[in-house]
Design a protein around this ligand. Structure first.
Ligand code: S3P
Length: 451
């Protein structure tokens, strides 16, 4: 790829390409229509439920990023037949509940926390089988005790480094007993792990969370035939064990977490207007739309519809003046992955933006609070790190410089959007990390930017 705007370069000395973003002095705008890749969370769940259901599942719109590829690799190794991944139609021939095979090698979840944490729920109850799971250096440093502890309460046998809290982990599948787990954190990965373990457990397994996290597991489990009771007043979900899961036709909507980069690009670059098509707008994911609305962004939802049990819309975003605001509390789990790109928006808003109650960001693919604050500040940002968030003063004039993604896809893409509004050249090291959730991001960037 090479243009006036973005150049993806494979340097001789390093594996990871760098991206150089050089907006022309005359200024740019961001315009056109964008189709975004499939939702990462829904893609993982479609592959996993397809793999453990009886019969055939078809998946349209699967995300072809590295994370779902990790999920497919792991479940193929346990006997599921998964056709070659493509975004048109993937066919999964499931093994049937309780029939995952013991893999002959270590299961490698790569960079994907969702793969590892959700899969652990399914392995824990696979009686008499032995599994080892690992991941890349980022994933091996991320906390697994948040899923290991509830699984142990259910009777699971799991061993790992640092008191069974870090991968590589070894799992001996055991007979599980149902629990009511009061999760200390609003985490869809924790909730989903316990519910998936509940599939292989006689009786009712309940998870209560302190605030509502994304509910894709609940929706998809119900569609595959599981019996669930949902209590929105207490943020509780109860699943009845040993259901018959049957393969389904899943249609994956576009990922709002990927759309967020374009929403912010349109909002901050003068003269911009983008139409982002086919975006999943499940209310447990739309915190980003509410936060940008609080900042005064001009975003409208068009053509709202329901596709295969998930709400979908086209999003139109236009440039406009933004103002600072306070973002915290129950909205945080509904925009957890969008905090880095929100920080970029806040740099161009009038006044102070405070993002709080977001300490979870410190244990994502990188410490996202530290990473985004340090790299945007190198470009001239005014961001103070808080223990659980960020304080951002705007508006600022950014100047391009050399920055790093910390190997984190969402940091790489957030820095690229910031670079569109910076003078001079920005060089993003380790930019290939974008392929974890958005392999085509830099090509799309090139296409929608015009000078
Ligand atoms: C995800 C849940 C979130 C999110 C991650 C995907 C999921 O993680 O950050 O990108 O698919 O369940 P937590 O559950 O750790 O908040």
């Amino acid at each position: 790829m090479s243009s006036a705007i973005a150049t993806l370069t494979n340097t001789g000395s390093r594996q990871d390409p760098i991206v150089i973003i050089k907006p022309p002095i005359s200024g740019i705008s961001v315009t056109g229509r964008i189709k975004i890749p499939g939702d990462k969370s829904i893609s993982h769940r479609a592959l996993m439920l397809g793999a453990i259901a009886s019969g055939e599942t078809t998946i349209a719109g699967l995300l072809l990023g590295e994370d779902p590829r990790s999920t497919a690799r792991c479940f193929r190794a346990m006997g599921a037949e998964i056709s070659q991944l493509n975004s048109e139609k993937v066919i999964v021939k499931g093994v049937g509940l309780g029939n995952l095979q013991e893999p002959i090698d270590i299961l490698d979840a790569g960079n994907s926390g969702t793969t590892m944490r959700l899969m652990l729920g399914l392995l824990a109850g696979s009686e008499g089988k032995f599994f080892t799971v690992t991941g890349d250096s980022s994933l091996r440093s991320r906390p697994m005790s948040r899923v290991v502890k509830p699984l142990q309460q259910m009777g699971a046998s799991i061993w790992g480094r640092k008191d069974n809290s870090l991968a590589p982990l070894a799992v001996k599948g055991s007979k599980l007993k149902p629990i009511h787990y009061h999760s200390p954190i609003a985490s869809a990965q924790v909730k989903s792990c316990v519910l998936l373990a509940g599939l292989l457990t006689e009786g009712k397994t309940t998870v209560t969370e302190p605030a509502l996290s994304r509910d894709h597991s609940e929706r998809m489990l119900a569609a595959f035939g599981a019996e669930l009771e949902i209590d929105r007043d207490t943020n509780s979900v109860t699943l009845t064990g040993m259901p018959t899961l049957r393969g389904q036709n899943v249609i994956v909507p576009g990922d709002i977490s990927s759309a967020a980069f374009w929403l912010v690009a349109a909002a901050i670059v003068p003269g911009s207007e983008l139409l982002i098509e086919n975006v999943g707008v499940n209310p447990t994911r739309t915190g980003i739309l509410e936060a940008l609305a609080m900042m005064g962004a001009d975003i409208s939802l068009e053509n709202q519809r329901t596709v295969a049990g998930e709400p979908v819309a086209d999003l139109r975003a236009k440039y406009g003046k933004l103002k600072g605001c306070v973002i915290g509390g129950d909205i945080i789990p509904r925009l957890i992955d969008e905090v880095p790109i929100l920080a970029v928006a806040a740099l161009f808003a009038n006044g102070t933006t405070v993002i709080k109650d977001a300490a979870e960001l410190r244990v994502k693919e990188s410490d996202r609070l530290a990473a985004i604050a340090s790299e945007l500040n190198k470009m001239g940002g005014k961001i103070t790190e808080l223990p659980d968030g960020l304080e951002i003063t705007g508006p600022v004039a950014l100047t391009g410089t050399e920055v790093s993604s910390y190997g984190d896809h969402r940091i790489a893409m957030s820095l690229a959007i910031a670079a569109l509004n910076a003078k001079n050249t920005t060089t993003i090291n380790d930019a290939a990390a974008a392929a974890i959730s958005y392999p085509d991001f830099f090509n799309t960037l090139e296409r929608v930017v015009s000078s």
